[in-house]
Design a protein around this ligand. Sequence first.
Ligand code: ACO
Length: 402
Amino acid sequence: GYDISSLLKETGNVTLDGGFTNTASCTSAITYIDGDAGILRYRGYPIEQLAKQSTFIETSYLLIYGELPTPTQLAEFEGRISQHTMLHEDLKGFFQGFPRDAHPMPVLSSAVSALSTFYQDSLDPFDKEQVEISTIRLLAKLPTIAAYAYKKSIGQPFLYPDNNLSLVENFLRMTFGVPATDYEIDPDLVRAVDLLLVLHADHEQNCSTSTVRLVGSSQANLFASVSAGINALFGPLHGGANQAVLEMLERIEKADFSTDEFMTKVKNKEDGVRLMGFGHRVYKNYDPRAAIIKDTAHEILAKTAGGDHLLEIAMRLEEIALADDYFIERKLYPNVDFYTGLIYKSMGFPTRMFTVLFALGRLPGWIAQWREMIEDPTTKIGRPRQVYVGEGERNYVPVSER
Ligand code: ACO
């Protein structure tokens, strides 16, 4: 019930851009996206090349330090990370405080926030060495925290990290391994998880990354900022979408309506139902990550049992959407999450771990963006303006007279 253009005139020199659809919050040299052309590059390298030839550790180095590492730099980086994978015993105690059915995402963000209480001597955002050790600690400990959040939810004991293993091998062992039992590492699984982490490693100023930067702009420490990013990622319109996609496919599988009937509901916006895993704020073309994933989804699902029927439903949904005017007019294409949930499920991850895997992947991006923000001398505290639409001035009425 208000006239926005006259309000804007009254408010003076502000831009009203809810959702920041057309407002850049910073300059950045990390990730380049051309949403119309479906292009994604980290530090100039096309995502297709990194997906094929790089690894998650190397890509993390690239994002954070700006260049691909030499063999010595890479070995040193990996070595440092593997020395910091353990959690303080007192931090391990935190996991016991959550209810057994706790979702692992809030457990993850709480534990990351708590890290700042264990490392109070290295929280100065302007001390390069302190930022460096916090970076290594986060990269090393998040997989351990993620695996423990999972172990807690299924009531199994925690496994100590094995520092002879790579980051992904270690994570898989701590997640799926059982004490006193050998965990056989499947190199194909390791490679597939590594690829998914590479694809999620950064995506410029998305909701969680912008959150990390905004919190960090108050000069809050890296742990506090990343913890906030994890909470932003938890929402179903962002990182929670991979879980939501799988739940949607399972609902369609169990329901007595067909895939086509479901799509009619989506188009009619019945109960606000959306085709999860479709659409993107920036990509108005096929998400290049979805294109890479689509090929691997078939390979991985062919190897593992289960999930195939859900894949069929997903393929049918995609087929309908790509030929339907509703989706064509709105430029709605599959995003990376349309396929990742299916892949994670076939790997044996429970649905609630999907967004945790996204967080593991996005971590180097959050760190790189936070460091870029802190190092930029032009950074100001993030403080948006508003257009006030509330009451004008009025007099207080004592409670006895109301
Ligand atoms: N299914 C059906 N209709 C959709 C969908 C969808 N998935 N996405 C957008 N639309 C429609 C909207 O209803 C709207 O239609 P209208 O013009 O008739 O009102 C139009 O397309 C534009 O949509 P907006 O919501 O304005 O687009 P926005 O850029 O704000 O949203 C978002 C992007 C949140 C990703 C949206 O497409 C969505 O909700 N998708 C499903 C959730 C999802 O997959 N999220 C993952 C994002 S990627 C990531 O985090 C890795």
